[in-house]
Design a protein around this ligand. Structure first.
Ligand SMILES: C[S@@+](CC[C@H](N)C(=O)[O-])C[C@H]1O[C@@H](n2cnc3c(N)ncnc32)[C@H](O)[C@@H]1O
Length: 402
């Protein structure tokens, strides 16, 4: 990490609920304030090398996946492999049979396997010294990107568990929460430079909100999980929030949140599967938060349309989303995708987990929301990690649109 001068003070956001000619200027001002807050939270982290380090991490993960496939299935396969052959050789559960094909395609896209139709000549089986170097490379790239050592442990544990994951003998959740400990998840979603940046930028957006009802702000959080984003937003909401509904699919996270946020009497925890249903009500919410979770909706546009109806005119939708699948997530995300209902939006019929930045903005506009903050800015080294803060506002003129 390089030391830098103190960042300039972050001005207060100037936020109007309305549309009109001032709206674009207000959105630009809000994005600027949020970016400054995010930059301050980086606390001098040297991000210039991030793009190269992301590439190194991605390649190290892909080469490690190839090594696992050689170890577990290589002897039963010929010189050229297909996804289904690898799946059969490992004994993959039916719902995960598509995953080895995805890995082979990604290896080929990175120039690490030669593709001919649906067959792949994988890279040569790595020797012992290469495997040791590969393990070190994962850790070097992880450290350079400012993630705590738990990330290396997590990547190594998911890599060595790939055959068991494919056979459904263990789950990504078990590996992410060993002994129900949220520390690894905290590392992935909070305790690293890009999430510090995004969460601080999100908090700056929230600081500028004005409640539609004088009783205070009404907030809904979807897929709130370990509460990594919640914990960052609550200080920005302190003293002016009437209700914060913390929801998740899993009761495990709700129990944890009740304990963790017990000193916030306005925070309620309820189970909600947003892929199936949204809470009843029309137009009363000032803020809806969905951090690292909205991609779990089978149809992003339909989710956003439902959320727009829940927002008060002038209310804000705040998403943190990964907008491109990196190989570093190939040891976990595909297994979660297998467990989800099939996608029916632009991802239908593909093996994509995420929507692109442009697809989210389009889905926002299509749902009658006005995109506002979209960070980090183009060209910033943090863009290499493909995680973004995307906010949109329900314009007041949509009051009649239900
Ligand atoms: C990657 S975690 C993100 C947690 C948290 N928002 C954060 O950023 O720290 C995704 C969360 O979404 C939840 N989730 C996944 N699908 C969901 C659904 N259909 N409805 C509600 N929650 C869901 C998971 O249980 C998990 O807690």
């Amino acid at each position: 990490m390089a030391a830098t001068a103190d960042p300039p003070p972050v001005p207060a956001p100037r936020v109007r609920a309305g549309g009109g000619p001032g709206a674009a200027a207000d959105a630009a001002h809000l994005a600027d304030v949020a970016h400054r807050a995010g930059t301050a939270a980086l606390a001098g982290a040297d991000t210039a090398a991030f793009p190269a380090l992301v590439d190194r991490l991605d390649r190290a993960v892909l080469r490690s996946i190839a090594a696992v496939l050689h170890d577990t299935a290589g002897r039963r396969l010929g010189a050229a492999w297909t996804g289904p052959e690898v799946a059969d050789a490992i004994g993959a559960a039916p719902r995960h049979r598509w995953i080895p094909g995805r890995w082979l395609a990604d290896l080929a896209a990175a120039g690490l396997a030669e593709r001919s139709g649906d067959r792949y000549a994988p890279p040569p089986r790595p020797r012992r010294a290469e495997l040791t170097a590969l393990r070190a490379e994962l850790d070097t790239a992880r450290a350079g990107l400012g993630y705590p050592p738990e990330l290396t442990r997590y990547l190594r544990s998911t890599l060595s568990a790939l055959p068991r994951l494919l056979r459904d003998e263990t789950s990504s959740q078990e590996l992410l929460f060993p002994d129900a400990d949220p520390r690894t998840a905290e590392v992935l979603y909070r305790d690293n430079p890009v999430n510090r940046y995004l969460n601080a930028a999100a908090a700056a957006v929230v600081r500028g909100l004005t409640p539609a009802d004088p009783a205070g702000l009404r907030v809904l959080e979807l897929g709130a999980g370990i509460g990594a984003t919640t914990a960052e937003l609550l200080p920005a909401l302190a003293g002016r929030t009437a209700d914060y509904l913390f929801t998740d699919l899993s009761p495990f996270f709700l129990d944890q949140a009740r304990e963790r946020f017990a000193d916030h009497p306005y925070l309620r925890c309820e189970r909600l599967d947003f892929a199936a249903d949204l809470p009843p009500g029309h137009g009363g919410l000032d803020l809806i938060v969905a951090a690292n979770t909205a991609h779990n909706a089978p149809h992003a546009g339909r989710l956003l349309t439902g959320l727009r109806r829940l927002l008060a005119p002038g209310g804000t939708l705040l998403l943190v989303e990964t907008c491109r699948e990196h190989p570093q997530s190939l040891t976990s995300m595909p297994f979660l995708v297998s467990a989800n209902p099939p996608r029916t939006d632009a991802r239908a019929g593909t093996d994509r987990t995420y929507l692109s930045r442009a697809e989210w903005r389009e889905a926002m506009a299509g749902a009658g929301l006005r995109p506002e903050v979209d960070l980090p800015p183009a060209g910033h080294p943090l863009t290499a990690l493909s995680q973004r803060l995307l906010t949109a506002r329900r314009p007041p003129e949509n009051r009649s649109r239900r």
